[in-house]
Each structure stands twice: as structure tokens, then as C-alpha cells.
Design a protein around this ligand. Structure first.
Ligand SMILES: [Zn+2]
Length: 328
């Protein structure tokens, strides 16, 4: 066999509500070259696809050429591997059903695999991160949204339509709940993901008009800046994360009682709030989880950098898809 024809690289693409990252990754998981741009610059999905594919071609041509690339893996919120695209994303500028895998494949002539960000994170965690060697685990990603994926007996649970693990859209407040981007109200995501933490901060401040808080003088109220106030000992900011952790702990307890995982791995921006979130979450988790697994489920932070994990996970996805050919 002619060894020059063996393709040893793939391209991993991670699309989030804020930023799109793309990288050439080799068969051992080394990132050869990467680039990124703002997802929000493209309100029209066709313009986004043109920009993404042009940037991939540019990166590939400058780093080893087209012949070395086997396939493409894409991670995106609300993506379904069964549908081959993004379906009614709550946190992206493009609405409706977007056949992203086919759009990218048609422009590049390479096989494209797509899956949602939580599933791809789990693939990255299993291949290179905290879940390495585990067979039963849950990954929860808390950033702008709340995603999750679980593996049972070594296999990813995808579900009938490819949407298994939509933990963020489980209902936790059935009456007068917060409005969610998915169209429902009272979803867990609206209480524990980025915007939810900010809403909770506003509620806590409104309930305590007589108390001073560093949060009131912040230029931008965000999950990260509120966590910084906690580090400075701000009582109301600590209360924000106490409520967030309590709500998340209940959600995770319900989840773990169904799945019985060895570990729950936390990824994403909000998990960086550290013990301000983890301590109340753990307490509420143990109070509500099924008694026979109480005290036995590990709750671990991811050891991988968020950005790298998703690109590596997308590359792992790319290796799973058959190579594209016009002649097969
Ligand atoms: Zn929802």
C-alpha cells in the first residue's frame, strides 16, 4: 500500500454560542494547528459555513495540505448525530433545522460527523481526560447552557433521536418558572447556567436592598465576576452560588439515581466558581440521591482545558465516521 495515501489527520471544530474553534489534530490527539473566530459575527448560517470552510482550507493548506486530512468532526449545541445537523438551538443565532454536516461536506468534499457539544465533551473526556478508563459516567457542562451526556457500560447513550442527556431542559420549577431559550419554562438551565446565575444575583440583590454588595458596582454581572465577589468574601454573592449549587445538586441527584454513575465530571465556565458552587451542590446532592449510592458517586472537575477538550472530542468523533468518497 502506498503510505503517502494514508490520512493521519482530522479537523475538529467546536462551535459555541460565542466562539468557533477549528484545529488540525493528528491520530495521537496532538493539535497541529488551530484558529478561531466569533460565532456571533455570522447571523446567517450560510455565511457562517462559507467562512468556516474557507478558514479550514486556509489552515490545512498552510499545515500539511488537503491530502493529509481524513475527515471532519463538529461539536455544536443542540446538534444531533442522527439528524446530521443542529436542531432548534436555544443558544445560537441560527434557528430551525440546519443540516450542517451536509453543508460542510459539500463545500470540502470530506466526510463530516456532527454531535452535540455535551456528547463531544464526553468523547474528549473519555479519550484524554478525567473519564479515562471509566465505563459508567456522566459529563455535565455548565456554561451559557447546561449540557450533559452519559456513558453506560462503556458506550455513549445517544437516544432514539440523538438527544439523550438533555439535562438542562428537565423541569425543576413547574409553576412560574423562568423562561428558557428552548420555549419551556422552569428548565434547570435557567437556574444554574450563565444567564441563570445572573438572574439569581439580581433576585438576591432585590431581596436584600439594605445590604451592601460588591455585585452592585460590577461593570458586568456574570457568573465569573460574581464568583470573584465570592472570593472577596461578599455575602450576597456567596448566597447566589449557594442557591445555584442547591438547585444543581437536586438535578444531579435525580440524574445519578437513574444512571448510577461511577463519577460525575463537571466542565464549563461555571464550574470554575469552585467550592462556592461545589460545597452547596454536594450537600444537596447527598441529601437527595438514592440512598444506596449516597456517598459513593465521585464528583470531579475536568482535568482538560474546556477549549482543548471539545476540539479533541470533535477529532475523536471525526475518526468514527467512514471516509467520504464519490466512488463508494
Ligand atoms: Zn429549556
Amino acid at each position: 500500500m502506498d503510505e503517502t495515501k494514508i490520512k493521519t489527520r482530522v479537523v475538529g471544530v467546536d462551535i459555541s454560542g460565542e466562539r468557533t474553534t477549528y484545529a488540525i489534530v493528528d491520530i495521537r490527539g496532538n493539535i497541529i494547528a488551530e484558529g478561531f473566530f466569533d460565532t456571533t459575527d455570522y447571523e446567517n448560517v450560510n455565511a457562517f459555513v462559507v467562512a468556516l470552510t474557507d478558514k479550514i482550507v486556509e489552515l490545512v493548506e498552510a499545515n500539511g495540505g488537503y491530502e493529509s486530512i481524513r475527515s471532519i468532526g463538529i461539536s455544536a449545541p443542540s446538534a444531533s448525530s442522527v439528524a446530521g445537523g443542529i436542531v432548534n438551538a436555544a443558544n445560537l443565532p441560527w434557528k430551525g433545522v440546519i443540516p450542517l454536516a451536509a453543508l460542510v461536506r459539500d463545500r470540502l468534499g470530506l466526510a463530516v460527523a456532527i454531535s452535540n457539544d455535551a456528547h463531544v465533551s464526553a468523547l474528549g473526556e473519555k479519550a484524554y481526560g478525567s473519564a479515562h478508563g471509566m465505563k459508567d459516567f456522566i459529563i455535565v457542562n455548565i456554561g451559557m447552557g447546561l449540557g450533559s451526556c452519559f456513558f453506560t457500560n462503556g458506550s455513549e447513550h445517544r437516544g432514539h433521536l440523538g438527544f439523550g442527556g438533555e439535562f438542562g431542559h428537565t423541569c425543576v420549577v413547574p409553576e412560574n418558572g423562568r423562561q428558557c431559550g428552548c420555549g419551556q419554562t422552569g428548565c434547570l438551565e435557567t437556574y444554574v447556567a450563565g444567564k441563570g446565575v445572573v438572574i439569581t444575583a439580581k433576585e438576591v440583590m432585590a431581596e436584600n436592598p439594605d445590604k451592601t454588595t460588591l455585585m452592585s458596582s460590577l461593570e458586568k454581572l456574570s457568573a465569573r465576576t460574581i464568583a470573584e465577589c465570592c472570593n472577596k468574601g461578599d455575602e450576597l454573592a456567596i448566597e447566589v452560588y449557594r442557591r445555584t449549587g442547591k438547585m444543581l445538586g437536586i438535578g444531579l441527584a435525580n440524574y445519578a439515581s437513574i444512571v448510577d454513575p461511577e463519577a460525575i465530571i463537571l466542565t464549563g465556565g461555571i464550574s470554575h466558581a469552585g467550592h462556592w458552587l461545589i460545597d452547596p451542590m454536594r450537600e444537596s446532592f447527598e441529601a437527595h440521591v438514592f440512598h444506596n449510592i449516597r456517598g459513593k458517586v465521585k464528583i470531579l472537575p475536568s482535568i482538560l482545558d474546556d477549549r482543548i477538550r471539545d476540539v479533541l472530542g470533535a477529532s475523536a468523533l471525526a475518526w468514527n465516521v467512514p471516509e467520504y468518497s464519490l466512488f463508494k
